[in-house]
Design a protein around this ligand. Structure first.
Ligand code: GSH
Length: 227
């Protein structure tokens, strides 16, 4: 009963991280298949897996293909409803689905200006008004859901909503963006979660540099691990 998950480089691919966090924190067996995003054979490698033109993609134990991160969370929410993958209350579940969707299609300025790079953080990043508006929207969500749940994750314990917001939390940390105490505590909970730590450790073994994830001439500073 193992899922196969197609991923990109673990230090760079934020959508692949979301895919991983849709399985690992819930002890859903998953086998990783890594391809090199933006490498010369990327589209062939993805097609060979039976996927669309992006990572992540997952194959269910029955052979069903899930070719988008939304399809993955939708499937996991349905197939593993008894494992706490979504909040218990109906209102919270609706909100979780809403903010997952918002993440999938939103936060575009922040995502574009601040590519994920789990190897290090950057000093001296200057955020545009559009990026700051995305940060403010994230804080709105946090203040609504975490104030009610009490944290440490969005809806109390780790759910699929956190799988989607984890790369946003790391962006705030690694680009030195303004963070409330709630956001800082949330980001700490994400980067110290054992499944995140396992993923990042694998990413740290990668050596290839991809220019679009490099923010030089900004100075590289250590990734905050809170250890
Ligand atoms: N809609 C996709 C987006 C995934 C996505 O953009 N993945 C990036 C890697 S993080 C990718 O595969 N990029 C390759 C490309 O766009 O050619 C999802 O949510 O699963």
């Amino acid at each position: 009963m193992t899922y196969d998950l197609l991923i990109g480089q673990q230090s760079y691919s934020s959508w692949s991280l979301r895919g991983w966090l849709a399985f690992a924190p819930f002890d859903i067996p998953v086998t990783l298949h890594k391809v090199e995003i933006y490498g010369p054979t990327f589209y062939e490698d993805v097609a060979a897996f039976g996927a669309a033109r992006t990572v992540p993609a997952a194959r269910t134990p029955e052979g069903g293909m899930l070719t988008d991160s939304m399809a993955i969370v939708w499937h996991v929410a349905e197939a593993f409803a008894d494992r706490g993958v979504m909040p218990k209350g109906a209102q919270e579940r609706a909100e979780a689905m809403s903010i997952i969707s918002e993440m999938h299609d939103g936060f575009k300025a922040l995502r574009a200006a601040c590519p994920v790079n789990l190897r290090n953080a950057w000093a001296g990043f200057e955020a545009s008004p559009e990026v700051l508006a995305d940060v403010a929207r994230f804080e709105d969500i946090l203040s609504r859901v975490i104030t009610r749940s009490g944290g440490p994750f969005l809806f109390g314990s780790f759910t699929l909503a956190d799988a989607f917001y984890a790369p946003l939390a790391t962006r705030l940390l690694t680009y030195g963006l303004p963070m409330s105490n709630t956001a800082k505590a949330y980001a700490k909970a994400i980067v110290t979660h054992p499944s995140f730590v396992e993923w990042r450790e694998a990413g740290m073994k990668e050596t290839q540099e991809i220019a679009r994830y490099d923010k030089a001439p900004l100075e590289r500073v250590p990734f905050p691990t809170f250890s």
